[in-house]
Design a binder for this molecule. Structure first.
Ligand code: PLP
Length: 414
């Protein structure tokens, strides 16, 4: 980054500091991951200079041959991974992917049925201050209080009673396998459109480690930057019959020029998805999440839904006499980065929730295995158990630093 350092030392310095932070902290944020050097090179390329409104071979500008090539590669690789009939790789984010799907087949005021935010759903699934909650008449399903698993009977009951135009499956904080066939059956029974939002689990789906919704859903959306391990962005898959409409909503409906450098980076990340290294990393992600959850359970922590079958889990801290926010803060002092999270049937607010969310994508991408995952869980316990003595967290920070040194992120080394 010589040119950047010369021209703008402030931004250069912030990036150096961020590299250092990522290199020497343990990132347990379930929605984050580490992109490869190849992805970052594509993302930092000349394709950022190019306007390419429209779609490959149908652009509104000249000079699009090369960006057409990368967009076609991204689409064909995504099709090879997910087997969807139609794919749009242009949305700038997961939220925009969901917006494009909603706008392509619903009208303002229509009823939509999504997972309750406090039970693991996402803001775009009907939260009041999100465009989804502001535009639609929203009803929610959730999880069962005794098991923490999705209440499929309740889902069907609500769907039969409310007759929603669209049913949304998918979550940001749910650690069990989602039965997409059941969702599809309920949607069919009530004549609803079925959207599966696999933003969190798409890497696992790509690796064949979580059942795919593609055979059952009218639309499938995802982010490209969580378990999928690509650049920040969105992805829409759908049945052929919806292709034209959804493409029109993305452009010219809600976006202008696509981010061609990001689409190039998406193409690279999809190539990675097809490798054995990637599949093994996704397997390890689940093993690492399970190792951390089990270690915490053995130390008296309550894991929402009893454990995990994917890359993340929620810890209910109510029996530990500490809430999510102070835990997040204390762990950051130890160099362990995660987020506070509302838990199902929480008696506290979203801002001051009773839980934390723990995810394994980043530690798995940098090569940590179950032994290290258990060690991290032990450190989390030690920090929480010594909540009145912050020097404990500060001491653990040194061990965290040593562990990170053993598992460097090679392309972030200064
Ligand atoms: N859908 C789900 C299930 C998510 O968890 C997220 C992000 O956390 C999104 C959609 C939105 O993605 P983005 O942050 O790219 O808008």
């Amino acid at each position: 980054m010589k040119k950047l350092k010369e021209f703008d030392s402030e931004v250069w310095q912030a990036i150096q500091d961020e590299n250092e932070r990522q290199q020497f902290t343990i990132d347990l944020i379930a929605s984050e991951n580490i992109t490869s050097a190849a992805i970052q090179e594509a993302q930092g390329s000349s394709m950022t200079n190019k306007y390419a409104e429209g779609y490959a071979d149908r652009r509104w500008y000249a000079g699009c041959k090369n960006v057409d090539d990368v967009e076609k590669l991204a689409v064909s690789r995504a099709k090879e991974i997910f087997g969807a009939e139609h794919i749009n790789v242009q949305t700038h984010s997961g939220s925009q992917a969901n917006m494009a799907v909603y706008f392509s087949c619903t009208k303002p005021g229509d009823k939509i049925l999504g997972m309750d935010l406090s039970h693991g759903g996402h803001l775009t699934h009907g939260f009041g201050k999100n465009f989804s909650g502001l535009t639609y008449d929203v009803v929610h399903y959730g999880v069962k209080e005794d098991t923490g698993h999705i209440d499929y009977d309740q889902l069907r009951e609500i769907a039969l009673r409310e007759k929603p135009k669209m049913i949304i499956a998918g979550a940001s904080a749910y650690s069990q396998i989602i039965d997409f066939k059941k969702f599809g059956d309920v949607a069919k029974e009530v004549g609803a459109i079925f959207l599966a939002d696999i933003a969190h689990i798409s890497g696992l789906v790509a690796a064949g480690l979580h059942p795919s919704p593609v055979p059952y859903a009218d639309f499938v959306t995802s982010t490209t930057h969580k378990t999928l391990r690509g650049p920040r962005g969105g992805l829409i898959m759908c049945k052929k019959e919806y292709a034209k409409k959804v493409d029109q909503v993305v452009f010219p409906g809600i976006q202008g020029g696509p981010l061609m450098h990001i689409i190039a980076a998406k193409a690279v990340s999809f190539k990675e998805c097809l490798t054995d290294e990637y599949k093994n990393c996704q397997k390890q992600t689940i093993l690492n999440a399970q190792a951390m959850a089990k270690e915490l359970q053995s130390r008296g922590y309550v894991i929402v839904s009893g454990g995990t079958e994917n890359h993340l889990f929620l810890v209910d801290l109510r029996n530990k006499g500490i809430a999510g926010r102070p835990t997040e803060r204390l762990l950051e002092k130890a160099g362990i980065i995660l987020n506070r999270n509302i838990i199902p049937f929480d008696d506290r607010s979203t801002m001051e929730p009773s839980g934390i969310r723990i995810g394994a994508p980043t530690i798995s991408s940098r090569g940590l295995k179950e032994e290290e995952a258990r060690q991290i869980a032990a450190w989390i316990d030690t920090v929480i158990s010594s909540k009145d003595d912050e020097s404990v967290a500060e001491n653990i920070k040194k061990d965290v630093h040593e562990l990170c040194k053993k598992f460097p992120i090679p392309h972030l080394e200064n």
